[in-house]
Design a protein around this ligand. Structure first.
Ligand SMILES: Nc1nc2c(ncn2[C@@H]2O[C@H](COP(=O)(O)OP(=O)(O)OP(=O)(O)O)[C@@H](O)[C@H]2O)c(=O)[nH]1
Ligand SMILES: [Mg+2]
Length: 309
């Protein structure tokens, strides 16, 4: 989604720049040293600039991604780290330019080189924790699924273990992990349904919001908060799953309380389904079974109707 390159730590970054400078083999000593400094300057400048530019402009980011990155990484910390890279880049440029000027005006080349290398090293080590933080951020961002903020989007929500991933798998291309215990899904999962209608190709994005519990915002963990952020910014339609068989391990009353809360909070069109009706059926909601397939085709039709007709 965002194309961020590997971010080297201080040691590797200095190795890269100094290593390249070492290869310079101009015969005349003065020229050679000026060349070395110019090379280190260029590599540092280009590399640090590339890092900074590869991160998105947070203030222009869609609210969904802004809040997700803020939750998982921290926007202020990201901004601070990127600003420190900018600071280092400019400072290194100045030191190098200054060094070259000194050599040209007659100062001892080797002394200048030593001092320039020393000062650049200490600046790069000064931003090492920021380089490390940005590399960690890159790895977290890489793990995120691509979620479109433009496609018609259905969010599948409900208590843990009620069959959200099972339904996602039946409705879309996603291949989520399905298991008989709660909190199997630990992040947002995406799948698509592509179909043709009146000779027009249509695409629906489905997102599973990982298991929500009926509890206050402050008590929600990082996994649940991702679901809340998705619910807040993405859906055109919510499918809320109730498991009245109680095989999920949670009582009906708590599930209904969460349902009411989500209705109240998000004000988005919603289909409430009762899953696992192969075991038993106790409500008047739209009945489905992800095990036998009962009701799934009808649900698909209902989703298309709500989104496109
Ligand atoms: N009998 C029966 N079992 C089902 C049905 N749908 C799902 N299950 C089972 O319920 C368990 C939980 O299913 P998942 O699809 O992983 O549920 P989930 O809501 O995604 O769970 P978390 O990601 O952990 O919150 C699994 O053992 C499924 O096989 C159904 O219609 N009937
Ligand atoms: Mg799941």
């Amino acid at each position: 989604m965002f194309n961020i390159p590997n971010i080297l730590d201080a040691e590797a970054l200095l190795d890269k720049a100094f290593g390249r400078a070492k290869k310079i083999s101009v015969r005349k000593k003065k020229e050679r040293i000026i060349n070395k400094i110019a090379t280190v300057k260029a590599i540092m400048n280009n590399t640090l600039q590339k890092y900074v530019k590869s991160f998105p402009n947070f203030d222009k980011l869609h609210k969904f991604y802004y809040e997700l990155l803020d939750l998982l990484i921290g926007i202020n910390k990201l901004k601070k780290s990127l600003a420190s890279l900018e600071w280092a880049r400019k400072k290194i440029n100045r030191i190098a330019t200054d060094g070259i000027r000194k050599i040209k005006s007659g100062e001892d080349e080797l002394n200048v080189l030593k001092s320039v290398y020393g000062r650049i090293s200490s600046i790069v080590y000064e931003i090492n924790r920021h380089l490390n933080f940005l590399e960690e951020a890159r790895l977290k961002i890489k793990e995120l699924p691509f979620i479109s903020t433009d496609l018609p989007t259905v969010i599948i929500a409900g208590y843990p273990n009620v069959g959200k991933s099972s339904l996602l798998k039946l409705l879309s291309s996603a291949k989520p992990e399905i298991a008989p215990y709660p909190f199997t899904t630990k992040g947002l999962i995406v799948g698509h349904l592509i179909f043709e209608e009146n000779h027009e190709k249509k695409k629906i994005q489905f997102v599973e919001a990982p298991g929500l519990l009926d509890r206050r915002e402050e008590e929600r963990n990082e996994i649940e908060k991702q679901g809340i952020i998705a619910l807040k910014h993405l859906p055109d339609l919510i499918i809320f799953i109730i498991d009245a068989s109680l095989h999920c391990g949670y009582d009906l009353e708590s599930q209904k309380k969460l349902l009411e809360e989500i209705k109240r909070e998000f004000k988005v069109d919603m289909i409430v389904v009762e899953n696992k009706v192969d075991i038993c059926s106790k409500t008047d909601y739209f009945k489905i079974s992800c095990k036998t397939g009962e009701g799934i085709e009808e649900l698909k039709e209902e989703i298309k109707k709500r989104l496109f007709r």
